[in-house]
Design a protein around this ligand. Structure first.
Ligand code: BDR
Ligand code: CA
Length: 309
């Protein structure tokens, strides 16, 4: 089985992605490193621990990471995910505590333990990963594949007109990561929008699942309502799509390999991902950008994650 390390800021769509990973028979989740992002670190750690408990996966170690972006504070997404990141349903805290080791150290240690085999999936702001790279710039040599949920490749952002939330939250970290990895896979916000899940289908899947689905139905209700009000019939699970791309890369029907970088300044441009679509810079094509994924496969993975019949 392929060892899988997930850096995440749960977050409702992170939770779906984690359930997809837990359900996958070909991958072995070796740890969750937790970022601040959707909400503060205290909540994202508590949410990760709770999700593991509900899913019967308290064997997976959870490592708390950075409390804030590398340089500047950034607003969270509590308006989308609930102020606690899990829909403010008032769940009872998990019994377990996170590990003592910092997320950045855990990333490095696990990269040695699973050198050359590790699939690393980043579903939140890239702060922990950037810190790990600063501690040890040889990290990419030991990672078999990096998949990032982030960016808006033609600047149709979801947090500013040009920027996507994960990159906008910590643009310096994203810049560090994108510069350090010679190759990585990117599932961006625009791919997310192109692969919506119909609200009626989601409700049906969640109703036909067991306890895990019932928990997920509760914690995702607020954000699904928020999304239905603003974005219509389809719900957009950015981290779910990224996880599908990670778990089953052959489900990608169209990708594009290009150079990309992050704009670090400018009132309109900070946090935007600038893709060299026309290959004007001569910089290497480091990102394999997901453009189209097999929708049926994506939906089957989501259904499998919540145990829907
Ligand atoms: C990303 O931002 C977060 O709100 C989601 O969890 C996802 O990782 C989408 O832009
Ligand atoms: Ca996320």
């Amino acid at each position: 089985r392929i060892p899988l390390l997930i850096d995440t800021d749960p977050g409702v769509d992170d939770a779906l992605a984690l359930l997809m990973a837990f359900a996958d028979p070909r991958h072995d989740v070796v740890g969750l490193t937790i970022a601040a992002g959707n909400v503060g670190l205290r909540h994202t750690v508590a949410n990760a621990l709770k999700l593991c408990e509900v899913a019967g996966r308290s064997d997976i170690p959870v490592y708390a990471g950075c409390e804030a972006p590398l340089l500047y504070p950034s607003p969270d997404a509590g308006n989308v995910h609930g102020q606690d990141g899990f829909g403010d349903v008032g769940y009872e805290a998990a019994i377990r505590q996170p590990e003592a080791e910092h997320a950045a150290h855990a990333i490095l240690r696990l990269s040695h333990q699973h050198a050359g085999k590790l699939l690393l999936v980043a579903l939140g702001p890239l702060t922990n990963l950037a810190l790990a790279l600063k501690l040890d710039p040889t990290l990419p040599e030991r990672i078999a594949r990096l998949v990032v949920m982030g960016g808006a490749v033609t600047c149709h952002g979801n947090i500013t007109p040009a920027a996507e939330f994960n990159v906008y939250f910590d643009p310096e970290a994203a810049h560090i990561v994108f510069e350090a990895f010679p190759r990585f896979d990117l599932a961006d916000w625009e791919a997310t929008v192109a692969h919506g899940l119909h609200h009626d289908s989601v409700v049906q899947w969640l109703r036909s699942g067991g306890d895990v689905a019932a928990f997920y139905e509760r914690i995702s209700r607020k954000t699904r309502e928020w999304s239905a009000d603003r974005r219509g019939d389809h719900w957009h699970s950015a981290d779910g799509l990224a996880m599908a791309y990670a778990l089953q890369p052959d489900g990608a029907l169209e990708t594009a390999e290009r150079a990309l970088d992050v704009a670090l300044d400018g009132p309109h441009s900070r946090g935007a991902t600038i893709v060299d679509w026309q290959r004007q810079t001569g910089r290497p094509d480091r990102a394999r950008i997901l453009l189209r994924y097999d929708q049926a496969r994506f939906e089957a993975l989501v259904q499998g994650a919540v145990g829907a019949a």
